[in-house]
Design a protein around this ligand. Structure first.
Ligand code: ADP
Ligand code: MG
Length: 277
């Protein structure tokens, strides 16, 4: 079994047809003209030592019969180590698409994506999978835990993919579960846990590989507001311990936990606000 497959199942949720899939003809031509006029001998260099640098990121989905969906239309975004960023925007604005690119689940149609000074947008699928397992911890709205596996085994999975020996694996998985307050539930399976507890297990799984970034797409979307706030308090603590967190949400209350709010609209960054916390 392969870790990326687990994560890919979540993607199918965003594989829906756009409500408004036809891009203006003019825009298609402009995009093509830009590509053609690019010099072919450009050697890319990392744009400063930034943890995340997205440079003019485009993602276009081909829907057949010449229909295209421009989910992202030139996103520019830099995120430094230790930041806590919320990505907000209406449904269909491109939040999940951007998250998938940041999380190395997908590559852009055009533009550059740098992660820790590595040009991810040029990598093939195997290299993407490797960098994803090493650098990214995912937390999903629907938890994405293996139903038949215990909490401990779910948290061990990323370490199995990373080839960590059994004893160290169990030690680290127990440590991660303890860090999220789940030490007394390690042998429980997901259906023996509440929604909030499942999400804690998912957070432990995201943490266990000591990733560069924790990416959370609507992590409180399936939780009642009290439980959602508990999960957000957990993210707060992880951030204060030095973790970099990028969170997608459409709820203002949830975004308020972050120190920076990036608003996406129609596939571009519309507003980028930092708060003095
Ligand atoms: P959000 O997460 O902000 O709701 P998405 O990133 O999921 O938005 O989607 C942005 C746009 O791209 C939408 O119009 C959506 O329908 C379209 N889209 C997303 N994924 C796919 C896909 N795999 N194939 C075709 N269109 C897609
Ligand atoms: Mg989404």
């Amino acid at each position: 079994m392969n870790g990326s497959l687990e994560y890919k199942t979540e993607l199918s949720e965003s594989n829906r047809i756009s409500e408004n899939p036809v891009a203006p003809e003019q825009e298609k031509k402009m995009a093509t003209a830009e590509v053609i006029s690019m010099p072919t001998n450009v050697v890319s260099a990392p744009p400063e030592s930034c943890m995340i640098a997205a440079v003019d990121l485009w993602k276009t989905y081909d829907m057949g019969s010449e229909q295209q969906v421009h989910a992202l239309r030139g996103v520019n975004l830099r995120i430094e180590r230790g930041e806590y960023v919320a990505i907000m925007g209406p449904s269909g604005s491109g939040k999940s698409t951007l998250m998938n690119l940041i999380g190395c689940l997908d590559t852009p149609t055009k533009g550059e994506y740098w992660l820790n000074s590595q040009l991810v947008s040029e990598l093939d699928d195997d290299e993407l999978a490797r960098i994803r397992n090493k650098e990214i911890g995912f937390v999903f709205q629907t938890f994405n835990l293996l139903a038949r596996a215990t909490a401990l085994h779910n948290v061990e999975l990323p370490l199995i993919y990373a080839g960590i020996p059994t004893a160290e694996r169990i030690e680290r998985a127990k440590g991660a579960l303890t860090a999220v307050g789940m030490e007394s539930r390690m042998t429980h399976k997901p259906n023996e846990l509440s929604g909030g507890q499942r999400q804690r297990v998912a957070v432990a799984r995201a943490l266990v590989n000591r990733p560069s970034i924790i990416l959370a797409d609507e992590p409180t979307g399936n939780l009642d507001s009290a439980t959602g706030n508990e999960i957000m308090a957990l993210f707060d603590r992880l951030h204060s311990e030095g973790n970099t967190i990028v969170l997608v949400t459409h709820e203002h209350d949830i975004a308020e936990y972050a120190h920076r709010i990036v608003n996406i609209k129609d596939g571009v960054v519309e507003r980028d606000e930092r708060k003095n916390k």
